[in-house]
Design a protein around this ligand. Structure first.
Ligand code: HEC
Length: 174
């Protein structure tokens, strides 16, 4: 047996202990994180009531089965709020309302295109973007309003829509 073993074991076990402590600390903060309010503006409802940690339109069990990290949950939650406040009067997820059903739109269009479209669809149409012109003509040249939303907020809307879709697929499969 290597006579140096105890000398090697000592620092090694210290390192293991240090790792365990780090792990515990991370878990603790992660858990705490879950209960902290999401970044202010997004969760304040007009009534002044803070939204709980998941979108009201999602099923808790299905949502939990998606095993989403806290950051993603928050994005989805903020997305629900933004979608309902800005888009839902014209868009459904599976039904055509005034505008197209938004299910699978991330498969149809790249994220950058979606950002540009939501910020200013007329600009994209005027630029001659083939898809933009096509969807505009398909919907009787109805102009979608422009939104002063950040790229992050726009992506949150699509995170939300995607989560609803995933949940739908999951429920259908059971
Ligand atoms: C006043 C109605 C209206 C509102 C509000 C609205 N849209 Fe639209 N949207 C449309 C119409 C109509 C189209 C079809 C294209 C056109 O006519 O310009 C469209 C098209 C789209 C498309 C392209 C869909 C596809 O299948 O290619 C996306 C993406 C989209 N909207 C996202 C949004 C988002 C996100 C919001 C909220 C921030 C929103 N829209 C709010 C009316 C609306």
């Amino acid at each position: 047996m290597n006579k140096n073993l105890p000398e090697i074991m000592m620092p090694a076990s210290l390192a293991v202990v240090a790792l365990l402590i780090c792990g515990l600390l991370l878990t603790a903060t992660g858990v705490l994180d879950e209960y902290l309010p999401t970044s202010a503006s997004q969760i304040e409802q007009p009534g002044g009531c803070a939204v709980v940690d998941m979108p009201s339109s999602l099923n808790r069990v299905a949502f939990d089965t998606l095993h989403l990290p806290v950051g993603k949950r928050r994005a989805i939650l903020a997305g629900e709020f933004l979608f309902k406040g800005n888009c839902a009067q014209c868009h459904g997820i599976v039904d055509v309302v005034v505008g197209p059903a938004l299910a699978g739109v991330r498969k149809r269009r790249p994220e950058k295109w979606l950002h540009a479209w939501v910020k200013n669809s007329s600009k994209l149409i005027a630029s001659g973007d083939e898809y933009a012109v096509k969807v505009y003509e398909q919907y009787q040249k109805q102009q979608m309003p422009s939104f002063q939303l950040s790229n992050e907020e726009i992506s949150q809307i699509f995170d939300y829509l995607q989560a609803v879709e995933k949940q739908g697929a999951m429920v259908a499969a059971n």
